[in-house]
Design a protein around this ligand. Sequence first.
Ligand code: ADP
Ligand code: ASP
Ligand code: MG
Length: 459
Amino acid sequence: MSLGVNASNQDAVNALTVAKFGGTSVADYQAMLRCATIIKNDLANKVVVVSASAGVTNYLVRLSQEDVGEQERSDIITAISQIQFNIRKELPEEAGLDQQLQTLIGELENHATQQANEYKAQTADAILAYGEQFSSLLFTRVLQSLDIAASCFDVRRVMKTNSLYGKAVVDLAELKRNCQELLVPELAKKVIVTQGFIGSDSLGHTTTLGRGGSDYSAALLTEALNGDNLAIWTDVVGIFTTDPRITDQARAIKEISFGEAAEMATFGAKILHPATLIPAMRQNIPVFVGSSKEPEKGGTLIKQQVESNPTYRSIALRKEQTLVTVKSPAMLHASGFLAKVFSILAKHELSVDLITTSEISVALTFDNPTGTTQALLTSTVVSELEQLCEVSVEHGLSLVAVIGNGLHAARGLGSDIFDKINDFNIRMICHGASDNNLCFLVPQTDANTVVEQLHNTLF
Ligand code: ADP
Ligand code: ASP
Ligand code: MG
């Protein structure tokens, strides 16, 4: 590993770490400077993937929507420009940089006007992609101001995707080919700064990979470059036993297996985009998670084999869940009912999270992530299901996932988990399909308290 302070200089020179900095890590000039120091202190850091500065993508999401009025549009563009120029003003005077920022802002204004005239998903992605373009340009200059040879690389040259705007799928073989051909030769000369979250389709139109997708971009680039390590620098000192915003009792985990961390990401631990660990697991690439504010505190190492495999590792929480119950007496001793339900869901590209069944009813849960274009359970889907059976839809629920090891074989699991939270209405329990998790739904209004109480009991 070249992430530790003990790595020799030569080891570091030979190693390749992809370092990803999230929104708060590149929020302003001081934050960027801290990240630049992290890059400077380890020669293995040869590729830097940045997110948009904190808050910028949320502004851009609003700008990309159909109903933004002229005044709001102009206010958003002013707010975004201010974030960029506040960073710019701390950097050495350079007319070229001002010009580049102005050009990007001008392009963004044009796209926003175009979107107001005629909404297109393609234009929405073009708009969303500006945050990462600004931050990568500015971060390159911050590195250069510390005398680090660095250049900004447009990731859209290599991150080729299909045209599913808002949740584009990356062509892995093409990414690998492009990285070897276009990016590897650059690495010998300079630190490469590039954008997370964005890509481009076969026609050259900009695409995005889904909210929080920079972690995934960084993992894909590490894999395509045959990198040795991936470092995710964020605003907390690693992966905690639960979201530290929910309880101050949460504590950082030193080491965690790929499988456990992937479950956490899937079940809502925002610290990692759900797909981040897929490329890392494929190539057995260790992933470090730490705080760019306090790099000296270390962080969490995610790897294949870890020394301890506790029954209870962590608790994840995902809000905004919808529970759909479909009920049909015709299901009794009948076959093919579930296939019909799932074919309707598949037609509308809806993916089911949890499922439980009884003789005549099936309960299913769906995620409703905000700020994405993910397919949602619309009234059309519900009416199609109603042709088959009785349907009830409930919103305002949260999914709690207890993550650990050997949960299917653990004794006393039921009382460990449910005794302390028996004052709450638990809507659905899923256990048995995975030995790494036990999940259940609770009303959203109780979710934080349930996690807090459960955390106090299990850890
Ligand atoms: P970035 O902008 O760096 O990508 P995110 O906001 O996406 O950062 O992710 C970091 C946040 O994830 C933390 O501030 C924390 O509130 C949240 N989080 C959720 N679950 C966990 C967990 N188990 N451990 C650590 N942080 C978590
Ligand atoms: N900037 C994007 C977002 O806010 C991607 C990321 O931060 O990972 O969703
Ligand atoms: Mg994130």
